[in-house]
Ligand binder design. Structure first.
Ligand SMILES: [Zn+2]
Length: 246
């Protein structure tokens, strides 16, 4: 799981923090090492592996607000309540202990030193009421769990009981919402390498995810042809890839 720090000259906002105590400590140290003043932490959705760690980071930044949408906080309450036994069974003794629920935002635009950080509702994807973060001034999208890189889409959650074809269609619609803001780069939450990706590459990955979710063979997908699936498949293209956002 990746955490993303968006920063200006002095201030920063952290997007997502992991669920394990040790990993969260490492994220806190990473934020400290940036030298930035953390003013807020935003959870893209309510799954515990995206916000349990906020309280660990807050030990160093007690004034940083922990924020999320209403839907995220509702799922977060469920996750920290009825689902806590599940998390503890998967990671015994490793989960952050003193978790704190984020507060519900009343404004979907956060101003970081005057630049807009937008929280965008994307509907259901790997869980109910997921969101992504869009920073128009640098063309960045922090995709949360809507876009993965090299990891199977997680359809096992089922917090909102609905037929699988509907959940797949919702996830595809969420990917379309990200594409609609025309990002220059995007940061998937689950991925093989810790780096940001040019959107063109993420779009190819997202398209693989989309066709996998739709149950189609990828070679029948027109967008994959349009955005360069061939270069994604080529080893040399992978080797020469360079991130364009730090
Ligand atoms: Zn998730």
């Amino acid at each position: 799981m990746s955490a993303t720090l968006i920063y200006g000259e002095r201030d920063a906002i952290l997007i997502d923090a992991p669920h394990l105590e040790e990993q969260s400590r490492q994220v806190a140290e990473w934020v400290l090492a940036s030298g930035k003043n953390l003013v807020a932490m935003y959870a893209t959705h309510g799954h515990g592996d995206h916000w349990f760690g906020f309280s660990e980071v807050a030990k160093h930044f007690p004034d940083a607000r922990m924020i999320a949408t209403e839907g995220t906080v509702a799922l977060a309450e469920f996750t920290a309540g009825q689902r806590m036994a599940f998390w503890n069974s998967q990671f015994p003794g490793q989960i952050v202990k003193d978790i704190v629920l984020p507060e519900v935002i009343d404004d979907y635009t956060f101003l970081l030193e005057g630049e807009e950080v937008r929280f965008v509702e994307a509907g259901d994807s790997d869980g109910p009421d997921t969101t992504f973060v869009h920073v128009p001034s640098i063309g960045l999208v922090v995709a949360g769990d809507i876009v993965y890189n090299g990891v199977h889409p997680y359809l096992a959650g089922g917090e909102r009981a609905r037929p699988l074809p509907e959940r797949r269609a919702d996830w595809i619609a969420a990917i379309d919402k990200i594409a609609a803001v025309h990002p220059r780069a995007a940061s998937p939450a689950w991925r093989r390498a810790l780096r940001h990706h040019p959107w063109r590459r993420v779009l190819v990955l997202a398209e693989f995810q989309r066709v996998a979710l739709a149950g189609q063979p990828w070679w029948l997908s027109p967008p994959l042809k349009r955005y360069g699936a061939r270069s994604h498949q080529s080893r040399s293209a992978r080797a020469t890839y360079r991130p364009n956002v730090r």
